[in-house]
Design a protein around this ligand. Structure first.
Ligand code: NAP
Ligand code: MG
Length: 496
């Protein structure tokens, strides 16, 4: 695969029109693997955001989309899934160029994202409330679900199309209108997706996109009085700012944030399967993964042998040019992310952990790559045991008993996901019930399905995405009470 001759040119979508920013300013994105420009975007201003929100708000009030029959919305959303599959190569190519992730993985992600749209297309048929026939002879009541209104969506750079696909089809399914702000450095596929939405028949102005800096646009969206909900995926630090801003009009907030996810490996595990899952868990997507299995908790009896096997396998993983179909680990997304990761490597060494593999920048002609890095003998107070590094760095902590394992695992501000590796059903079930995590995998890692909800405990998030739970996230409940028969008067005027 080759690099594009010229950077792709993008515009923003507001009210069905492809437009420049009010300021006419544009910014450029370079491929983190090749150092050449691959995309150019309008830099949105607050005025642009206000226009986008005004459009989405007007569309919601006019009601064409929210009041459309569920079956008709379902057809449109289903068509988007088909269009993503049809365009998976182009979308995957853009994603690979902007994020630095391997091309084969990027294309797989498009297929996965399409499957989420397929699933969400069933939800307009399942958006309903309850009825109450137990309130006495003269009373009947129901609760109905109504779309919340305008939803602002803010997404990160690590899985751009996949993450917007965990939000947008669900909000659209229940009848919301939207304004999306993708990460500044990886906005290409989100813009392409909006082209596909128009092709599929989503009416103009129902789904809008603005591009540019989070500090300007994200901040404006999360404060905006005409936005009813923010669905945010990103760091815990920025998530807290969104929460703070959202109080201005008491908007609903859904947050998918960071993680420091432990894989708990017991001596009786399927050894080779667990080794593979540990290597995959931490190096997949260069470790730039909210679900990264960045902590290995290994039982003492097998620790030396297991860590040795993880190191051996890690050395064979193909790292390099993300456009090469054989590559499994690509480039680090940005210079600032690269520096963050390298600073944690330094901290790990300084705090006394044992660096067993990697820890250095790979020497390449272009781009920024970090060698798969493994720290052994990490203790729970070290920064590399606690902080989300968001890079290819594994921290190994050892334990003796189940109790010790669960204490180490739960001793974190995060609670996104975890895994347990054992053949003992008692250990597997007991631990998965004790783990403070939104998802627990037993003898597997990082699998997901559109029908299974996803989200975090503790500072890993608020609310859930995916599954029919998403219907609850994007709707408001209304209670309606109805009286039949003669009224039981509060005060009856005495007869003269
Ligand atoms: P980030 O720095 O928090 O940015 C996320 C988004 O927020 C970007 O679009 C960013 O815009 C925007 N933003 C920045 N400042 C803002 C502000 N003041 N108000 C509103 N929005 C603002 O996260 P990232 O570096 O892109 O992604 C890495 C993080 O995402 C990690 O912590 C990871 O764990 C988390 N993540 C979580 C999940 C999950 O499902 N739980 C999934 C993936 C990633 P710009 O960057 O364009 O300026
Ligand atoms: Mg960031």
């Amino acid at each position: 695969m080759n690099l594009p001759e010229k950077p792709f040119q993008y515009k923003m979508l507001i009210d069905g029109n492809w437009i420049e920013s009010e300021s006419k300013e544009r910014y450029e994105r370079k491929s983190p693997a090749h150092d050449v420009p691959v995309g150019e975007y309008p830099a949105a201003t607050v005025e642009d955001v206000n226009n986008a929100v005004a459009t989405a708000h007007r569309k919601f009030i006019e009601g064409q989309w929210p009041k459309m029959k569920g079956a008709d919305r379902a057809k449109i959303i289903g068509r988007v899934g088909d269009l993503i599959r049809k365009n998976k190569e182009e979308l995957g190519y853009i994603e690979c160029l902007e994020s630095g992730k391997p091309i084969t993985q990027a294309i797989d992600e498009m297929v996965w994202a399409a499957g989420i749209w397929d699933y969400a297309a069933t939800l307009p048929y399942h958006t309903y409330g309850d009825s109450y026939n137990t309130l006495g002879e003269n009373m009947l009541a129901m609760t109905i679900r109504e779309p919340l209104g305008v939803v602002g969506m803010i997404t990160p750079w690590n899985f751009p199309l996949l993450i917007i696909s965990q939000k947008l089809p669900f909000a659209l399914a229940v009848g919301c209108t939207t304004v999306t702000k993708p990460a500044e450095i990886t906005s290409g596929t989100t813009i392409k997706l909006h082209e596909l939405l128009l092709q599929a028949g989503v009416p103009a102005g129902v789904a809008n996109v603005v591009t540019g800096s989070g500090g300007v646009i994200g901040n404006c969206l999360s404060q905006h009085p005409d936005i009813s909900m923010i669905s945010f995926t990103g760091s815990t630090e920025v998530g807290k700012k969104v929460l703070q801003n959202a109080k201005s009009n008491v908007k609903k907030v859904e947050l998918e944030l960071g993680g420091k996810n432990p894989q708990l490996v017991f001596a009786d595990c399927d050894f080779d399967a667990a080794v593979d899952a540990v290597v995959f868990g931490v190096f997949f997507n260069q470790g730039e993964c909210c679900n990264s299995g960045s902590r290995l908790l290994i039982q003492d009896e097998i620790a030396d042998e297991f860590v040795q096997a993880v190191i051996k396998k890690s050395k064979t993983v193909p790292i390099g040019d993300p456009l090469d179909p054989k590559t499994k680990v690509g480039a680090i997304v940005s210079e600032s992310q690269f520096n963050t990761i390298m600073n944690y490597v330094k901290a790990g060494e300084k705090e006394g952990a044992e660096l067993r593999l990697g820890g250095k920048q790979m020497i390449t002609k272009t781009g920024r790559y970090i060698e798969p890095t493994i720290f052994d003998k990490v203790s729970p107070e070290m920064s590399i045991a606690n902080d989300e590094i968001f890079g290819p760095v594994l921290s190994v902590l050892r334990f003796k008993t189940k109790e010790e394992a669960i204490n180490i695992a739960n001793d974190s501000i995060y609670g996104l996901s975890a895994s347990v590796w054992t053949k003992d059903i008692d250990t597997a079930i007991t631990l998965s019930r004790k783990l403070e995590a939104g998802t627990v995998w037993i003898n597997t890692f990082m699998d997901g399905f559109p029908e299974l909800c996803f989200g975090g405990y503790k500072e890993s998030g608020l609310g859930r995405e995916l599954g029919h739970f998403a219907v609850e996230e994007f709707t408001e409940l209304k209670t309606i009470l109805m009286h039949t028969g003669p009224r039981d008067y509060w005060w009856k005027q005495p007869e003269k």
